[in-house]
Design a protein around this ligand. Structure first.
Ligand SMILES: Cc1cc2nc3c(=O)[nH]c(=O)nc-3n(C[C@H](O)[C@H](O)[C@H](O)COP(=O)(O)OP(=O)(O)OC[C@H]3O[C@@H](n4cnc5c(N)ncnc54)[C@H](O)[C@@H]3O)c2cc1C
Ligand code: SF4
Length: 574
């Protein structure tokens, strides 16, 4: 075992959250910062050629290799969990930039009431309307407190959008830095039909730039070419905001910050209630200790939780007794392909960008009265032109086609290829006592450490909510002129084999006191003041919208708290 010289700060994970924290600390302090990333180095030039759907989107070239590290899964605590051999329902990133390299770029803010979900729901409907077995709680931070950091994050990424069209959005202290992206044909059909039915469509906020933009760090990125290779790919021109094109060039200006790749962190080390560093296995398989005065975990939802469990920091959640907080409130956005529409004419969906679309929030959060309904909360619903990859998009046929194979099916699949499209439904997932993360008692990784175990299933609230929203969207689909409309229900059971989103949240949740959370509202561990945890593992529930803008806003808020307060007076900030 090798012990390296002490660093001021060790950051675990070189994705959006870890590299943003490194950039902020590098720019605003003289601290020595080392980012420990388990995967390989990356740079924008890696994406200049070779956008191969089979390689990237189907064989998942940029994602975590499940043969090296995976999770186990079961529906309930009575079941035996089995290892996930191939990632499908979510796609963890690895390598510099993390999943932020191959993300899509949809960047809504969360609705203001998400942050006070328990209080607001009880105020409006009474405690009797909370789902059975829920473990919902307020975040310990309000939208108003986070708003300046949302604005900063939007300026950093150059988000393309337009405020003021969506009556449900929270107040914005500034207009989006760049105008919305162009509207594709299919989203324009949705916009017009939704508006005619009384909804309030607005352009999806996008991290795929509508025009060239220089951000406050002086980073210049060009406009998107609508090539359609955003999701599961890195952007070849740098128009999609990615950690490698936005954060690495700034980090490179600061000699005090090092990004060390091939460093797979296994434990947070501590003594007398203080973190003293981390231990990791390097690319040669050697055990290394990196001592540090401040430790920041930014290894995404699953590994943030796993590292704390493996390091025995905090009390693990016990579903039977309901005690402990580490691992609880695990959620996965209730996203699904939603309503599939078949048209008589081509939709030209081969061009577009990941976030090129139109969305409504009329059926989201508490934007509508749930009084007579059998569920609470709702979904972010959008129509997109994001490129229509030939392999992954092939084989969707309308229900009127009875053949399931052979020449009739093939002809129908060819005919439907560019005439079919879906309305994407991203549903809120509440926290339940029965959905959680812990260490698997049976299965281990190649280093001999227990795998993380996911216990997760849908409940009636999500099933009822998705059923309601789908029926409403089927109506919009008919208004759009679709010849055939398929409104699917949320599958009865949670399924690890079908892609949903990579928006897993919870496990190391934030809250106002150590009696209900793992970290405080500054994302500082309640029991170890020199340990911070960044990312969606700190979200107590899963709001409908995509999480990354909120992750970045919270990271900026924590960076300010560390620089302006913690470094001057080390200790608990809350
Ligand atoms: C296909 C896809 C599309 C997406 N689209 C959107 C979207 O449109 N909008 C949106 O808001 N979000 C989207 N997301 C989610 C988004 O990518 C994540 O929210 C975001 O990347 C989270 O940032 P992070 O830094 O917390 O985690 P990550 O990006 O996952 O980075 C974590 C890093 O930590 C490293 N790491 C993990 N464990 C260890 C360890 N033990 N030691 C050292 N390093 C470790 C990983 O290798 C990784 O590089 C998408 C994700 C995917 C996969
Ligand atoms: S669609 Fe635009 S943002 Fe996406 S990869 Fe192509 S050029 Fe980049």
């Amino acid at each position: 075992m090798k012990t390296l010289p002490r660093a001021d700060v060790a950051i675990v994970g070189g994705g959006w959250a870890g590299l943003l924290m490194a950039k902020e600390l590098g720019a605003r302090t003289g601290l020595s910062v080392v980012v420990l990333e388990r995967g390989a180095p990356r740079k924008t030039a890696d994406y200049f050629e070779g956008m191969d759907e089979l390689d990237y989107a189907i064989r998942l070239r940029m994602m975590q290799d499940a043969s090296k590290e995976t999770v186990t899964f079961r529906h309930t605590s009575k079941d035996r969990a089995l290892p996930v051999r191939q990632f499908a329902s979510f796609l963890p990133g690895t390598g510099v930039g993390g999943a932020g390299e191959h993300w899509t770029g949809i960047t809504p803010r969360f609705l203001p009431d998400c942050f006070e979900i328990l209080t607001r729901t009880v105020e409006r409907y009474g405690a009797g309307r909370l789902p059975e077995n829920h473990s919902m709680q307020d975040w310990g931070i309000t939208y108003a407190e986070l708003e300046p950091f949302y604005t900063r994050a939007e300026k950093l990424l150059g988000i393309s959008g337009k405020t003021g069209l969506d009556p449900f959005e929270g107040p914005h202290s500034a207009e989006y830095p760049t105008p919305p992206q162009r509207t594709g044909y299919f989203p324009s059909l949705f916009r017009d039909a939704a508006r005619s039915l009384g909804y309030h469509p607005s352009p999806v906020p996008s991290a795929n730039l509508s025009q060239a933009y220089r951000n406050p760090d002086g980073i210049v990125r060009p406009a998107c070419t609508y090539c359609g290779f955003c999701e599961r790919f890195g952007c070849m021109v740098g128009a999609k905001a990615q950690p490698t094109n936005m954060l690495l060039p700034v980090i490179a200006r600061h000699k005090s910050v090092t990004v060390r790749t091939g460093a797979n962190v296994r434990r947070v080390l501590y003594k007398d209630g203080k973190a003293t560093g981390v231990s990791y296995v390097d690319a040669n398989g050697e055990e290394v200790v990196q001592p540090a005065d401040l430790v920041v975990l930014a290894s995404w939802t699953l590994n943030n939780t796993r590292l704390l469990l493996l390091s025995k920091i905090g009390e693990a959640y016990d579903a039977r007794s309901g005690t402990g907080h580490l691992g609880r409130n695990f959620t996965h956005q209730a996203t699904f392909r939603g309503v599939v529409l078949f048209f008589d004419r081509p939709l030209n969906r081969f061009m577009g960008s990941g976030a090129c679309g139109v969305a409504i929030r009329d059926l989201d959060g508490d934007s509508f009265d749930h009084g007579p309904l059998n569920f609470i909360r709702g979904a972010y619903i959008g129509a997109y032109s994001r490129g229509h990859p030939p392999i992954g998009s092939f084989g969707v046929v309308p229900p009127s086609v009875k053949a399931t194979w052979g020449s009739e099916w093939k002809k129908a699949a060819m005919d439907a290829f560019d005439c079919a499209a879906n309305l994407g439904i991203s549903g809120e997932h509440l926290a339940y006592r029965t959905n959680y993360l812990d260490l698997d008692p049976t299965y281990r990784d190649s280093h001999g450490d227990p795998l993380l175990r996911m216990t997760m299933d849908w409940n009636d609230n999500e099933r009822n909510m998705i059923g309601f929203v789908s029926a409403k969207m089927a109506q919009v689909g008919r208004e759009m002129g679709a010849r055939e409309v398929v409104a699917a229900a949320l599958p009865r059971r949670y399924d690890v084999n079908t892609y949903r989103s990579t928006h897993l949240q919870g496990g190391t949740i934030m809250g106002v006191n150590p009696g209900n959370s793992v970290v405080n509202p500054w994302l500082q561990h309640w029991r170890m003041s020199n340990l911070f945890v960044l990312g969606a593992s700190t979200f107590p529930q899963n709001p409908s919208g995509n999480p990354t803008l909120t992750i970045l806003a919270q990271t900026l808020r924590t960076a300010d708290a560390i620089v302006d307060r913690y470094l001057k007076h080390p200790g608990l900030l809350a």
